[in-house]
Design a protein. Structure first.
Length: 422
């Protein structure tokens, strides 16, 4: 109890700086300044009078992860209202792109008791599904007080995150005790949650629902259009979800790659849209011809860098690529989801910093679908090896597809858990 009270007092003290930071981020991404009242629990009334299923998905990755689940729920329970909350505008945009007006979107309030209480009073959800590991003390306490069952779905917990939670054992045990059920991605995740105090009777291992993402036919159609635009015979290296400094590292080895593969096209997809202009400026310093997708310019054979500065098209770019590097891994960000290219049968390269997806990375690596490198020059070397040897590249891509197919089924297991709440 004391830990939660101290946490809440600290959060109130930090609230002015949090709001200033929100406003500051709005300089580059104006959407952060819009609908800011929702972050304080001032949520507009929902369009339906029926109690919705509330799904909390922090940002783009989590929204993408639950896309298939939401579509299946819409088919099974057409009269069930669904409310999706995110914390980021990019997540909000993805909700609209995927579901249109079939669901309602709101920003989730900051974890202040009065903000959460006001939000829940307006939303009146019948149950809450949290995607992956978003544990907030007041969020869970308010749900418990209002008898709203909470399912933590697709839950993952790295060793690093587990050590962080372990520093606040009382608060962590209290949060875990307020969950109706926890569906962990893997045994290692489940064991870490148990070590932190999660009751095994409310804990199950369902696997990752990201293995059950449905391949959309339009991905291949639009990817074919992109290849026609870029040049059908050109080898394409996709750098997906990159962060600050990773683009510079990749661009530093691009000349060496071009010496061996003169028609190579590097497609850059920065993780955060507010960095698009910054990354474009870095690309322009190379002296290599760079085009931005947002400007709809026609590539030429001389185009060497294609900046994918749009949202919601990553799977199309994955489908169009020959080799995919998954970012956030050459720097200490913990990596992003390598299943997205693997799902499409693409050979994958990651850096060493993949603790966010440690089990999946290890599984793909053991299957022969993924190679980990320590440096950008090593990355360039592996890209070159795969581009020179079609058979090895195809074998890695086939291994990726087999690995994903062999781990499908998590979605059905999660639906079973969710049915008990509904």
């Amino acid at each position: 109890m004391i830990s939660r009270i101290l946490y809440t007092c600290l959060l109130h003290l930090l609230l002015p700086s949090i709001l200033v930071r929100l406003w500051w981020r709005g300089r580059q991404a104006p959407a952060y300044r819009q609908r800011w009242q929702e972050r304080l629990g001032l949520t507009p009334a929902l369009q339906t009078s029926a109690a919705p299923l509330w799904i909390h998905a922090v940002s783009v990755g989590e929204v993408q992860a639950i896309a298939t689940l939401v579509k299946r729920l819409r088919q099974r329970f057409p009269d069930l209202p669904i409310l999706i909350t995110t914390m980021t505008p990019t997540g909000a945009d993805r909700v609209v792109q995927l579901f249109g007006n079939q669901v309602e979107h709101r920003y989730c309030p900051y974890d202040l008791p009065w903000a959460m209480r006001n939000f829940l009073k307006i939303a009146r959800p019948r149950a809450c599904l949290i995607v992956e590991t978003e544990l907030w003390p007041n969020f869970l306490r308010q749900c418990k007080q209002l008898k709203i069952p909470v399912l933590l779905a697709n839950a993952r917990l790295s060793e690093r995150s587990a050590r962080g939670y372990a520093r606040f054992p009382g608060l962590t045990r209290q949060m875990l005790s307020q969950l109706s059920h926890l569906a962990a991605q893997g045994e290692a995740d489940a064991q870490r949650f148990q070590a932190l105090g999660m009751d095994s009777s409310r804990l199950s291992v369902t696997g990752s629902i990201k293995f059950d993402v449905a391949i959309q036919p339009e991905w291949a159609t639009q990817a074919q259009q992109l290849r026609q635009l870029w040049g059908t015979e050109r080898p394409v290296l996709l750098a997906a979800s990159t962060h600050d400094d990773e683009e510079a590292q990749l661009l530093s080895v691009l000349p060496a790659l071009l010496e061996q593969h003169s028609s190579l096209l590097l497609v850059l997809v920065p993780r955060h849209p507010e960095r698009f202009d910054e990354v474009a400026a870095v690309c322009n310093t190379t002296g290599l011809e760079t085009l931005r997708r947002s400007q709809s310019e026609q590539p030429s054979p001389a185009t060497r860098i294609y900046l994918a500065d749009t949202m919601g098209e990553l799977m199309i770019f994955c489908s169009a690529a020959d080799v995919v590097f998954v970012g956030g891994s050459l720097i200490e960000r913990g990596g992003h989801n390598p299943l997205e290219p693997a799902l499409l049968g693409k050979p994958v390269i990651c850096g060493q910093h993949t603790f966010n997806f440690a089990a999946i990375t290890a599984g793909l690596k053991d299957a022969g679908a993924l190679v980990q490198v320590e440096t950008a020059p090593q990355l360039a070397e592996q890209v070159s090896l795969w581009l020179k040897a079609d058979s090895a590249r195809d074998a890695a891509g086939a291994a990726a597809s087999r690995y994903v197919a062999s781990h499908a089924g998590a979605l059905a297991r999660l639906e079973h858990q969710l049915d008990t709440l509904l």
